[in-house]
Design a protein around this ligand. Structure first.
Ligand code: C6P
Length: 427
């Protein structure tokens, strides 16, 4: 990494809400998020669609604005001042992400567009080389389509097959089946850290340890993991870990692939183009080292800088504190929604992130969402890109409230009242 230019200007230090005692000062936190101050359809906005995307604190908005106002230039290729500044800020962001995940080295952090692109990168770069005719890839029944479709495409291309770990009625992985399915032909386990549709948190350390006992690497889809709990990739010992910046209070269009260095070194590039090369002739190309080998073209520089600001924001509040606050809020929401006789929660695993999926008698989830929207309440309805999971529970769709640390008990009360109204309207 190049040293910072002497007059490097840093983004203004946005005020971060300081927690009072051990509890989260949620009202102060909410003031950090400009979008939460608005009314929708004449009612205060109640934003409960955080698993889809989170809102952005002022610190992130300021960091992106600061970059465009003061540092914008293309990176890694300019000798001029602004290019050096932008390069420094981008590489500093990589370092921040590496620390956040406790990676052994920042070169293990690849910037991608999001979780989806990261999984496709591994399916191409790792899967194409390591998976052959008759081999197996092991996923679970609770995966998002992003962690199903790329593997199906790879299996189709290679003549391999996809094996699936079942989930039980509570929404937990059947671990005995997992052990049974880990076989001689398994080349990779690809599993989610937390389910976007059920909230289930999977026992990743155990999953990794069982796979490693058989020499099988593990990819973890962390899209719903990092926003809710501290993640230490070296402690988990996973081989690949993915997440999306926009679900972690950062910008859209930026995400992270963590990979163990020796695996990344062995992998072929995902895309060819500028930046990812050492030298090119018309006959031949030699590739750059990781991480550059995987970052062809001009990357999302502002996105990486915004993501680093989001990580700083989350760290300043404290992930343990966020985790504790959200657990209390989830318990409260589960209890309040449990008071509604015609509502059935889908997913009651012992370990959950703050996601509640539910159905209400014959009410279509889209109607539930529309009625709640008229009250200023934003939830998600549909299959949540987890159609196989919907089939497992014999529903075509669910309504889903997903919480973040800026949500309050008052908002859960508003949701409960809104659902009473749904019952009155739809019967
Ligand atoms: N889930 C949801 O509302 P991208 O789109 O690449 O940032 O993330 C894809 C993805 C992968 N894995 C999991 C577990 C996810 O939850 C998501 C995104 C959103 O639940 C959109 S469907």
């Amino acid at each position: 990494m190049t040293a910072p230019p002497p007059s490097l200007s840093l983004p203004p230090q946005a005020a971060v809400a300081t927690p009072s005692n051990d509890n989260l000062d949620v009202e102060a936190v909410r003031r950090d998020f400009p979008i939460l101050q608005q009314t929708v359809r004449g009612k205060p906005l109640v934003y409960l669609d955080n698993a889809a995307t989170t809102q952005k604190p002022r610190a992130v908005i300021d960091a992106v604005t600061h970059y465009y106002e003061n540092e914008n230039a293309n990176i890694h290729r300019g000798v001029h001042f602004l290019s050096q500044q932008a390069t420094f800020a981008y590489e500093r962001a990589r370092g921040r992400v590496g620390k956040f995940l406790n990676a052994a080295d920042s070169s293990e952090i690849i910037f991608v567009r999001g979780t989806t692109e990261g999984i496709n990168l591994v399916a191409r770069g790792y899967g194409r080389a390591k998976v052959g005719q008759g081999d197996e890839i092991l996923i679970s029944h609770m995966e998002h389509h992003s962690n199903i479709v790329p593997w199906q495409m790879l299996c189709e291309e290679k003549g391999a097959s996809l094996r699936v770990v079942p989930v039980d009625d509570d929404g937990e992985l059947v671990m005995e089946e997992y052990e049974r399915l880990l076989g001689d032909r398994t080349r990779l386990v690809a599993v989610t850290h937390a389910s976007n549709a059920l909230g289930t948190v999977n026992p990743i350390a155990q999953i990794v340890s069982l796979a490693h006992d058989r020499g099988v690497p593990v990819l973890v889809d962390g899209a719903q993991g990092v926003p809710h709990m501290p993640v230490d990739v070296r402690q988990l010992d996973c081989d690949f870990y993915l997440f999306s910046g926009h679900k972690l209070f950062g910008p859209t269009g930026i995400g992270v692939l963590y990979g163990k260095r020796h695996l990344l070194d062995d992998m072929a590039p995902y895309q060819g183009g500028g930046s990812m090369i050492k030298s090119v002739t018309l006959e031949n190309t030699t590739f750059a080292d990781v991480p550059t080998k995987f970052e062809a073209g001009t990357p999302n520089i502002a996105g990486a800088i915004g993501l680093a600001a989001a990580i700083d924001y989350v760290n300043d509040i404290g992930q343990d504190r966020i985790d504790a606050y959200e657990s209390g809020l989830l318990d409260y929401a589960t209890q309040r929604l449990g008071e509604l006789a015609d509502l059935r929660i889908i997913g009651s695993a012992r370990q959950k992130v703050s996601v509640i999926s539910f159905v209400m008698n014959d009410a279509h989830p889209h109607d539930i969402g529309t009625i709640l929207d008229s009250e200023g309440i934003a939830i998600r309805t549909g299959h949540h890109c987890a159609q196989p999971l919907m089939q497992r529970y014999q529903v075509s769709a669910t309504a889903r409230a997903s919480l973040a640390f800026y949500n309050t008990r008052d908002e859960i009360d508003a949701l409960t009242d809104g659902l009473v109204r749904v019952h009155e309207v739809l019967g």
